[in-house]
Write a protein that binds this ligand. Structure first.
Ligand code: SF4
Ligand code: SF4
Length: 97
């Protein structure tokens, strides 16, 4: 009865529009500091969920932290769905603070 939000499908379609030279750009994932890795907790849920290998972990003081490779992120939202800290948002390129 009630429709289930289908973020993956929405963002997939937005990506296809961008590929077709539509003015709407595909969103990209952004990770906030509420990510568990910023608190020293080991978690790689976003990396494991990403179908394109866009999440890389880089060494930093306090442990490895995730970073989005924006050139291979399709904005599918799989990482955001998988994140237990609700730390990932999809943003339009250039709109991030
Ligand atoms: S939005 Fe999709 S492609 Fe981009 S980092 Fe997340 S899972 Fe990977
Ligand atoms: S899944 Fe979420 S909490 Fe885990 S490393 Fe990725 S951004 Fe951080």
């Amino acid at each position: 009865m009630a429709e289930t939000p289908d973020l993956n499908r929405r963002n997939f379609l937005l990506g296809r529009l961008a590929e077709a030279h539509h003015p709407i750009a595909a969103p990209v994932a952004e990770i906030s500091q509420s990510c568990f890795a910023f608190r020293g907790v080991a978690c790689m849920g976003c990396r494991d969920a990403c179908p394109t290998g866009a999440v890389r972990f880089e060494l930093a003081v306090g442990g490895a932290r995730p970073r989005i490779m924006t050139d291979v992120c399709t904005g599918c939202g799989a990482c955001a769905h998988a994140c237990p800290a609700d730390a990932i948002r999809l943003e339009q390129p250039g709109e991030a603070a």
